[in-house]
Design a protein around this ligand. Structure first.
Ligand SMILES: O=P(O)(O)OC[C@H]1O[C@](O)(COP(=O)(O)O)[C@@H](O)[C@@H]1O
Length: 282
């Protein structure tokens, strides 16, 4: 039985990763996690069907969303060669600030499977006072999903008071690699985490994950598309397996050339400037 599950996990992971072992995944959980104001830079993208249609047309490898958005935009995904990752935990920014360091479960593995998911995802804020609750949540989701042959992605984000005290910032490579290592030790099949500021330090995060693919968590939109392309290029050069990108795609006026340029950098190792020029971004 176990061998069957492993094959299921491997086959489904390949829905995201191309032969080069890399993936560019579109993230769209912001309406919940940050609120609809995140879409005000390009309000048309508040409608998931519109932005999902665009990212698929541009050739994205996968999309990540919460169950309700998959339900609303699901029709756009039918018959398309794109991996679907359903995230099963989140938080709103409406809750008291002391509780921002917790993500709660909002859906179940069965729901994700019914929606056609190829993988499920959950966040652990490593270093949070609620770390134990999120570990337990991740373990339950992973145990159930793995039993059914589904891969589990961990958004391994170091966040918490002691991290600030000891390391100064959550992007310090020592704590990012600690989170990535902890995610690998928990049995994650893919890890999404912060940029550590340099190729050398991100390479250590990749090493700490010991073969579990590590993808960049996009972050706030950069003023200049080239700056973000350069960042993803550094991730690839460091041995990272790609990026999960939200705001740097949906907050742009015209996301399609940006996605195509990101795909060039991710899959063809193209120089960021060349990629930007080729897609008319410069
Ligand atoms: O750092 P924050 O504010 O928690 O951001 C979390 C958001 O970033 C992501 O992890 C990635 O999206 P971005 O590329 O927009 O940063 C989303 O999945 C999530 O909603």
């Amino acid at each position: 039985m176990e061998a069957y599950n492993n094959i299921g996990i491997r086959r489904r992971l390949r829905r995201f990763f191309r032969r080069d072992g890399r993936a560019l995944i579109f993230a769209m959980d912001h309406g919940f996690e940050h609120g609809p104001t995140d879409f005000e830079e390009n309000w048309e993208h508040i409608n998931p069907k519109i932005i999902i249609r665009k990212v698929i047309r541009a050739g994205i490898d996968g999309v990540m969303m919460l169950p309700g958005i998959a339900r609303i935009s699901g029709e756009e995904l039918v018959g398309k060669d794109v991996g679907l990752m359903i995230k099963l935990t989140s938080k709103t920014e409406l809750r008291p600030k002391e509780e921002w360091l917790m993500q709660d479960q909002l859906g179940f593995v069965e729901d994700a499977i019914k929606l056609g998911a190829d993988a499920v995802a959950a966040t652990v804020y490593w270093g949070s006072p609620y770390e134990g609750a999120m570990m337990r949540q991740f373990a339950e989701i992973a145990s159930y999903a793995h039993d059914l042959g589904y891969p589990v992605v961990q958004f391994a984000y170091p966040r918490g008071p002691y991290i600030n005290e000891k390391y100064g910032k959550k992007e310090d490579y020592r704590v990012v690699m600690y989170g990535a290592r902890a995610a690998a030790e928990m049995g994650a099949d893919m890890i999404k985490t912060y940029w550590t500021g340099s190729r050398e330090t991100f390479a250590k995060v990749v090493d700490a994950a010991s073969g579990v693919p590590v993808l960049l968590s996009g972050g706030a939109k950069t003023d200049n598309p080239l700056d973000f392309l350069k960042l993803v290029w550094e991730v690839i050069e460091a041995g990272g397996s790609g990026a999960v990108v939200g705001r740097n795609i949906f907050q742009r006026e015209n996301p399609e050339p940006m996605i195509r340029a990101l795909l060039r950098v991710t899959h063809r190792n193209e120089d960021p400037e060349e990629a930007a020029k080729a897609e008319g971004l410069l």
